[in-house]
Design a protein around this ligand. Structure first.
Ligand SMILES: NC(=O)c1ccc[n+]([C@@H]2O[C@H](COP(=O)([O-])OP(=O)(O)OC[C@H]3O[C@@H](n4cnc5c(N)ncnc54)[C@H](OP(=O)(O)O)[C@@H]3O)[C@@H](O)[C@H]2O)c1
Length: 231
């Protein structure tokens, strides 16, 4: 893997991903809204930035050209198919065989076998209701984006993030196929480690066609799982 694209590069997750990608020696092309280009001033000369909406098909077509991998921050902003438009453009224009890694939250389910805590169900219901009222977010469009990814024959991985917090890296998060697995119970990941998981997935073929739900490796629920029970 040599050249990668980060779609949504100016956000918090995007900027952590750039750092991990540069540490691994990748050439990085990033896409972000024109108004956010300034957030990347500190990376001048180290990455190429293509300004534009992440669901603008021509922008994505240009950005992913020649890339071996694409990391996409899927966000449900607005009421104009921002998430699904972004995902579709990446699916359509990424070079054949490229590794495609998408971010989203635990609320996305691939096979309907996730078991959600009542608090999470309530949060999702509220976000959906508020989103419909204000048209600021559209959770269902992120669901649609992931439906299209899951159906795609590309080499995709959808990384489902728990609640996030800032702080120093604790190491690679642990993951499970299903929310409801006790290992995920702590529901917290450092954002820097979410980014680490996304970038590492580029070279982890075991994650192709998986939708790992992740949690911080030092959270109580992860530590309980990792420690042998005899200790
Ligand atoms: N936050 C959480 O607790 C949480 C939990 C689980 C999973 N996730 C997932 O983690 C990923 C990153 O989320 P994050 O919360 O950490 O945020 P983030 O990394 O800061 O990313 C937010 C992204 O949305 C863009 N954005 C903001 N307002 C926008 C608008 N009005 N129109 C278009 N784009 C806009 C930002 O671009 P600009 O730089 O241009 O503003 C940035 O690329 C997402 O896929 C999310 O689903 C988040």
């Amino acid at each position: 893997m040599k050249k990668i694209c980060i779609v949504g590069v100016s956000g918090k997750l995007g900027q952590y991903m750039v750092q991990h990608a540069l540490d691994r020696g990748y050439e990085v092309v990033g896409v972000c809204r024109e108004r956010s280009v300034g957030k990347l001033d500190g990376l001048k000369g180290r990455i190429a930035v293509i300004p534009g909406a992440t669901n603008a098909r021509e922008v994505i077509k240009k950005a992913v050209e020649g890339c071996d991998g694409v990391l996409t921050v899927l966000v449900p902003w607005g009421a104009h198919q921002y998430s699904s438009g972004t995902a579709q453009a990446v699916l359509d224009y990424a070079p054949p065989g490229a590794r495609l890694i998408f971010s989203c939250g635990w609320h996305i389910t691939r096979d309907g076998k996730d078991v959600y805590p009542p608090s999470l169900k309530r949060e999702e219901k509220l976000a959906r209701w508020l989103g419909r009222l204000t048209r600021i977010v559209d959770i269902d469009d992120q669901v649609e984006a992931c439906r299209r990814i899951f159906e795609s024959e590309t080499r995709w991985t959808v990384v489902r993030g728990s609640d996030l917090e800032e702080g120093e890296s604790q190491g690679m998060p642990v993951w499970s196929r299903h929310v409801g697995d006790p290992v995920l119970e702590s529901n917290m990941t450092r954002r820097v480690d979410y980014a680490l998981f996304m970038v590492a997935a580029l070279e982890n073929d075991e994650l192709i066609h998986e939708a790992p739900a992740i949690v911080g490796c030092r959270t109580p629920s992860a530590v309980r799982r990792i420690k042998p029970t005899s200790e």
